[in-house]
Design a protein around this ligand. Structure first.
Ligand code: HEC
Length: 169
């Protein structure tokens, strides 16, 4: 009976995780799209020029302030878009792990994975899979993954820290 309840909770958690991941995916696509739009608009009208021309139309201080605020917002958005699309992860990680550990391993429901070595991650995964380390969520997930999958995931995740540093430069 208790086993059933636990299995049900684990199932529900996984479902929530999958839904959340789908949302992340859509957001990443959105950022890519925004980045493209920004890049395009840069080619046609540089932001500063656009600001100048609209200042000429209406010289009120209010609109000037609005322009610079918009420029700032645009800059933040552009940086975010750049970071999001610079951080590519394998479909294996994105589909199975990103929901709980974050698209860059920063952690959401599951703990932060950044900063762990390949060996540490691989050992943790093998321990979950074998049941040596007890966690129903991780066990259910890793149960039908091959050792090769776990190895490549461990390798990929251990490279996140460096990747994050590079993408935030
Ligand atoms: C449904 C949520 C969920 C998903 C999906 C998930 N994890 Fe986890 N993960 C957890 C939780 C919760 C823990 C903490 C368990 C514990 O410490 O007993 C954990 C722990 C870990 C740990 C050990 C971290 C540590 O600090 O020792 C590793 C490594 C890990 N997960 C990797 C992965 C990988 C790789 C995937 C994809 C195959 C994945 N996880 C998918 C929830 C999840």
């Amino acid at each position: 009976m208790i086993r059933h309840i636990i299995a049900f909770i684990a199932g529900a958690l996984t479902l929530v995780a999958i839904l959340y991941m789908a949302k992340l995916d859509i957001e990443a696509q959105k950022f890519k799209h925004i980045k493209e739009i920004i890049e395009k608009s840069k080619l046609e009208v540089p932001v500063s020029k656009k600001a100048q021309s609209s200042q000429a139309v209406s010289k009120s201080a209010v609109s000037q302030k609005k322009e610079s605020e918009e420029e700032k917002k645009l800059k933040v958005l552009k940086e975010k878009a750049g970071r999001m699309s610079a951080f590519e992860v394998s479909p294996l990680y994105r589909r199975n792990c990103a929901s709980c550990h974050g698209i860059n391993g920063m952690g959401v429901i599951g703990p932060k994975l950044i900063g762990k070595s390949e060996d540490e991650i691989y050992k943790a995964l093998m321990d979950f899979k074998s049941g040596k380390r007890k966690n129903y969520v991780m066990f259910g997930l890793l149960n039908n993954m091959s050792e090769e999958d776990l190895k490549s995931l461990a390798k990929e995740i251990s490279s996140f820290e460096q990747k994050l540093k590079e993408s935030s430069k």
